[in-house]
Design a protein around this ligand. Structure first.
Ligand code: AMP
Length: 257
């Protein structure tokens, strides 16, 4: 069997280290002038695909990003890490704001068919919308098995053995190929792109597409009514003795008097 063809979803999101600010109209968060990066779980997904290629399990790694023109930087990063080529599904500002996991899943499913992919790896969730839906929906649309929250992926013959992070432990499952994997935090530690590889990535192929090229209608199915900041924590009080603490708790009615 020749190597696997691997598609990886790479979403451009507000950098994890940025302090998020809600827009004054409470309809979203401020994105202008804010540092963006590849979704951290997608760096892990790309890393896993590249390791598959280095182990000669995969033959080609294709990075896909649906979003505004700046996603090309995200895709160049994926290619500098080691992806062979990239597909940018370009969205206008409005579409980029309202696109939902089902839309992305439809696009990924279509691209996977066109590219004759054997594996799709996406992050377990995008840190902006926290949806945790795209991988699962893509698997459902393609009728492929899914191995979500992966912390280890091993290929044996026509199967993948995947260890999954479940509540309080690990679950190991076997999935037949083709399959969808969603990457969890402990799957690997993504590499940094080196300067020579950043230079090489500039010459790798990056195809520009539209959602309509894949027959996907991006009309949203829900409407955001309001976005709120988390409640501000009230300042605490320092007390000298345990007796003071008990007195305060009594005052607040938190212990019987
Ligand atoms: P979500 O279901 O939105 O939490 O996203 C889960 C994963 O799907 C992300 O970590 C990405 O790998 C992939 N994904 C979601 N949205 C996009 C997008 N606009 N472009 C590329 N990949 C995406």
């Amino acid at each position: 069997m020749s190597g696997l063809r691997v598609i990886v979803g790479c979403k451009r999101v507000i950098d994890y280290a940025v302090k998020i600010r809600v827009k004054p109209d409470k309809m979203g968060v401020v994105t202008e002038g804010v540092k963006h990066s590849m979704n951290p779980f997608d760096e892990i997904a790309i890393e896993e695909a590249i390791r598959m290629k280095e182990k000669k399990i995969a033959s080609e790694v294709i990075a896909v990003s649906c979003g505004p023109p700046q996603c090309q930087e995200t895709l160049r990063t994926a290619m500098a890490m080691g992806a062979d080529k990239a597909i940018h599904v370009e969205l206008d500002a409005k579409q980029a704001e309202t696109i939902q996991p089902l839309h992305v899943a439809k696009i990924l499913a279509k691209i996977s068919q066109e590219e004759k992919a054997d594996v799709i790896i996406v992050g377990k969730q995008a840190i902006d919308g926290d949806c945790n839906q795209t991988g699962q929906m893509t698997a459902a649309l393609l009728d492929w098995p899914q191995a979500t929250f992966a912390s280890e992926v091993i290929k044996n013959n026509g199967d993948l053995t995947v260890t999954r992070e479940v509540d309080g432990g690990l679950e190991t499952i076997k999935v037949k190929l083709p399959a969808v994997i969603t990457a969890d935090l402990r799957l690997n530690e993504p590499r940094y792109a080196t300067l020579p590889n950043i230079m090489k990535a500039k010459k790798k192929p990056l195809a520009k597409k539209k959602a309509s090229d894949y027959g996907v209608d991006l009309t949203p199915t829900h409407q955001i009514l309001s976005v709120e900041d988390p409640p501000v924590r009230e300042a605490g009080q320092k007390l000298e003795t345990t007796e003071d603490l008990v007195a305060k708790l009594r005052e607040a009615g938190l212990v019987p008097s």
